[in-house]
Design a protein around this ligand. Structure first.
Ligand SMILES: Cc1cc2nc3c(=O)[nH]c(=O)nc-3n(C[C@H](O)[C@H](O)[C@H](O)COP(=O)(O)O)c2cc1C
Length: 366
């Protein structure tokens, strides 16, 4: 709960991106920043949020603003979760560990990637009180996926996030890495089977997603882990319903930050259809291009329970490790507080659909 007046320091997440670009070598920055193809989808994700204009309420008491909510029953201080991103040691020496400390300090949820540079157990150990979800893909080598789901459960992760937007990856990627060569040796501790040494070469597995993944796999993962399964990478209402019918506990509207296939619908466009189709049966989250508190408010008005942010947290990490990520999350919270006050919405539940409209609506005739 924040008492008025909220802090009003101007904050520029793009400035964090520029600083990160200076701190990282160009190939690493390009790997983190790029989308696939011509970056059309990555960039459309950002501009599509701007295409929603606010229709603020006035004459509402906004002397107190509350950004707290719950996700899958877990309390969070702000509706901004940290998206899974691979190999965070590329951005900061102790990558995922620094990210986990920051996420716990900000009292929100960390989603740890299957391709993390630290193990799910190491990430859990540095911030044991934080809420963590474990992201994974169904690999063709399903035993490794199952082993990770069981390890995540045993390490106290509260949910599995099954990413389902990788079906085209086994058929080849178009321009993502721009000449990146991984620092050797780069290990993937979450893909190891029990007893395998850390230096087992697993790089070839990182993209070896099972292209035969279907709705039935949601049920399989839930039974392996005993955890709720969040399905990430949905862009259509019918697919969201299909996932829910197969036991999804929540869905994430996501196109992977424009990194899987270019030329795809922006998430700010897809969100309302998914939220309407699901109609409250499960929670809906969204990611892609969220760079300001106003984007968070737009997403919640369109039906999301919370958003995830990917690259901004990597820029925070690359600039200053844990304090850098905390600064990014704090800035998003402070901006959200200001937008909620502007909209006459003292709680997140007050961010209703009528608060947004397409910015390009023609002016009514006088
Ligand atoms: C460098 C990088 C690595 C990523 N790795 C993963 C991953 O391992 N698993 C996954 O589900 N999504 C991954 N994503 C996608 C993010 O979870 C998220 O969907 C996306 O970054 C959101 O868009 P934003 O970066 O514009 O916020 C990755 C994104 C980036 C930028």
């Amino acid at each position: 709960m924040t008492d008025a007046p909220p802090p009003s320091l101007p904050f520029d997440l793009d400035g964090f991106e520029r600083s990160a670009a200076l701190n990282l070598d160009p190939a690493t920055f390009a790997y983190l920043a790029n989308g696939s193809g011509s970056n059309t989808t990555r960039d459309a994700n950002r501009s599509a949020w701007d295409a929603w204009a606010l229709r603020p309420h006035v004459l509402r008491d906004v002397s107190r603003i509350d950004t707290a909510t719950t996700v899958l029953g877990a309390p969070v201080d702000l509706p901004v979760l940290v998206a899974p991103t691979a190999m965070q040691r590329m951005a900061w020496t102790d990558g995922e560990l620094a990210m986990a400390r920051a996420t716990a300090a900000a009292r929100t949820v960390l989603v740890t990637s299957m391709a993390a540079s630290y193990s799910v157990e190491e990430v859990a150990a540095v911030a044991p009180d934080g809420t963590r979800w474990a992201q994974l893909y169904l690999l063709r080598d399903a035993g490794r996926t199952r082993a990770l789901a069981e390890r995540a459960r045993d390490a106290g992760y509260a949910a599995i996030v099954l990413t389902v937007d990788g079906a085209a990856v086994p058929y080849g990627r178009r321009r993502l890495a721009d000449g990146l060569t991984l620092a050797q040796p780069f290990s993937f501790p979450n893909m190891l089977l029990p007893g395998e040494p850390l230096d087992t070469p697993l790089t070839s597995l990182v993209n070896d997603f099972d292209p035969a993944t279907t709705g039935a796999d949601i049920e399989r993962l839930a039974s392996w882990s005993g955890l709720p399964v969040v399905v990430k990478g949905v862009l259509r209402g019918d697919d969201a319903l299909h996932a829910v019918d197969h036991g999804a506990a929540a869905v994430v509207v996501s196109n992977h930050g424009g990194r899987t296939h270019d030329g795809c619908v922006a998430t700010a466009v897809a969100l309302a259809e998914v939220a309407d189709a699901v109609a409250g049966r499960v929670e809906v989250y969204v990611d892609g291009g969220i760079r300001a508190g106003i984007d968070v408010a737009r997403a919640l008005a369109l039906g999301a329970r919370a958003v995830l942010v990917g690259r901004p947290t990597l820029w925070g990490l690359a600039v200053d490790g844990t304090p850098g990520v905390v600064a990014v999350l704090d800035a998003l919270r402070e901006e959200l507080v200001r937008v909620m006050a502007f909209c006459g919405a003292p709680t997140l539940a007050d961010l209703s659909r009528d608060l947004v409209e397409p910015a390009t609506r023609e002016h009514p005739r006088p």
